[in-house]
Design a protein. Structure first.
Length: 394
């Protein structure tokens, strides 16, 4: 049976081996290529340097810029299915490739919406998907003018429409004293949400329209770096809220109609409402634990989605906490992992190093998933891992 399926699918793509291209050669590309390798799927990665994490593990690394029209077009012509590990890629080239018959997942039109936080918010509004109230502004000056004219009041959150990642294009303005934080960019200005918890639900969809959700995870942030520090699965949620969160994420991927993964970041408000913060149509930091703790990893699920295969079981094998391994403050240069031996000796501690040659403060250098019988035990162990394993420079 399995053989027949393989023949049918691969023959339809007119090749004995399916060539999957990925725009971006970072850690997400690396972990995706490793998953694809399990099925002998040929992976091609495009990024500026083969010294990046995906370099040593993908089948073919092409040096080029995923923001450049010609580079993306030429790269895409060589593969059967094209996907991404980052949203900020040249979508014009993807539209042309799609028109010329290359399978592109996520669909370039959806990607264009998602990579602009303003269009993303409008999409939720149009599809009656819950999100915080917002207004769009062309510049920081336009926001100042609206404040002066009394059309906007504190507190609010300003997000650059296109320049943000890992909290960098986000400014929280609670009062006039915060005005210097205002970003100059075209932005979304949204209500400051009274957040009880931040959670994420990673969902997947294939071309048949089948959808599946991984269990919701809870994010705990490092207040200084504003990066996720602990990612806890299962999330500590009322079962009805958890179910609603998963359904909301499934409705969201169906509304976008994208294939592969969609990571849906949600706020649970203090009055127990769920609001969509943002989405990412690709493997995501909040799904890394699935490699070790679920029946199917997010990377395998992404592959299933983009190749139109049956989606894998998202069942959890065990409770887990995921810790991002960030470069220690004060350390820049060639990397060393202090305490590696002690950490790797601990039961249930699964270390993933991305293979970046140089560290710098708060740079994501790897992650560790800690498996345990329950979340409390996993959290305790995670704290020990954090004290033990440090990313430093020589
Ligand atoms: P990025 O894409 O850079 O990760 P996010 O939109 O996720 O940016 O925002 C980063 C963080 O800022 C969120 O995880 C959350 O803690 C906080 N935040 C974002 N939007 C709001 C909001 N409307 N109200 C309150 N806090 C917010």
């Amino acid at each position: 049976m399995a053989k027949r399926w393989q023949k049918a699918n691969f023959a339809a793509m007119n090749t004995t081996r399916t060539k999957v291209g990925i725009l971006g050669g970072g850690q997400l590309g690396k972990m995706f290529a490793l998953a694809a390798h399990n099925w002998d799927v040929e992976t091609w990665a495009l990024d500026t340097s083969r010294s990046f994490p995906a370099g040593p593990v993908c089948s073919h690394f092409v040096e080029g810029n995923f923001n450049d029209y010609d580079d993306v077009y030429a790269f895409g012509k060589q593969v059967d299915v094209l996907t991404i590990e980052i949203e900020h890629v040249n979508t014009e080239a993807l539209l042309r490739l799609e028109a010329e018959g290359v399978k592109v997942h996520p669909a370039p039109a959806a990607l264009q919406l998602i990579k602009d936080k303003g269009l993303q918010k409008q999409f939720y509004q149009k599809h009656q998907l819950p999100t915080s109230d917002f207004q769009l502004f062309d510049s920081g000056d336009a926001i100042r003018a609206a404040l002066q004219a009394g059309q906007l009041s504190y507190p609010f959150v300003q997000k650059s429409r296109t320049a943000g990642y890992d909290g960098k294009g986000v400014a929280v303005l609670k009062s006039k004293a915060d005005l210097p934080l205002l970003l100059p960019d075209a932005s979304v200005v949204e209500d400051l949400v009274d957040i009880k918890k931040e959670i994420a639900v990673v969902v997947a969809r294939n071309e048949n329209g089948d959808v599946k959700a991984f269990p919701a995870v809870e994010m705990e942030f490092n207040p200084v770096a504003n990066l996720v520090e602990f990612l806890v699965c299962p999330a500590d949620l009322d079962p009805a809220i958890e179910q609603f969160a998963e359904q909301l994420a499934l409705d969201t991927i169906s509304a976008f109609g994208v294939c592969g993964l969609l990571a849906v970041e949600l706020f649970l408000t203090k009055d127990n409402r769920l609001l969509i913060n943002e989405v990412a149509p690709r493997p995501h930091n909040s799904g890394h634990h699935t490699i070790d703790s679920c029946y199917t990893s997010q990377f395998e699920q992404h592959l299933r989605g983009i190749l139109n295969l049956p989606l894998g079981s998202t069942k959890m094998k065990t409770a887990s906490v995921m810790v991002n391994l960030l470069g220690e403050p004060g350390h820049s240069g060639p990397v060393q992992y202090a305490g590696f031996e002690e950490a790797v000796a601990m039961e249930g501690v699964k270390i993933h190093l991305y293979g970046k040659a140089a560290t710098k403060p708060y740079r994501k250098m790897g992650h560790v998933t800690i498996l345990a019988k329950d979340v409390e035990e996993a959290k305790q162990k995670a704290r020990t891992v954090q004290k033990t394993l440090k990313v430093i420079s020589n």
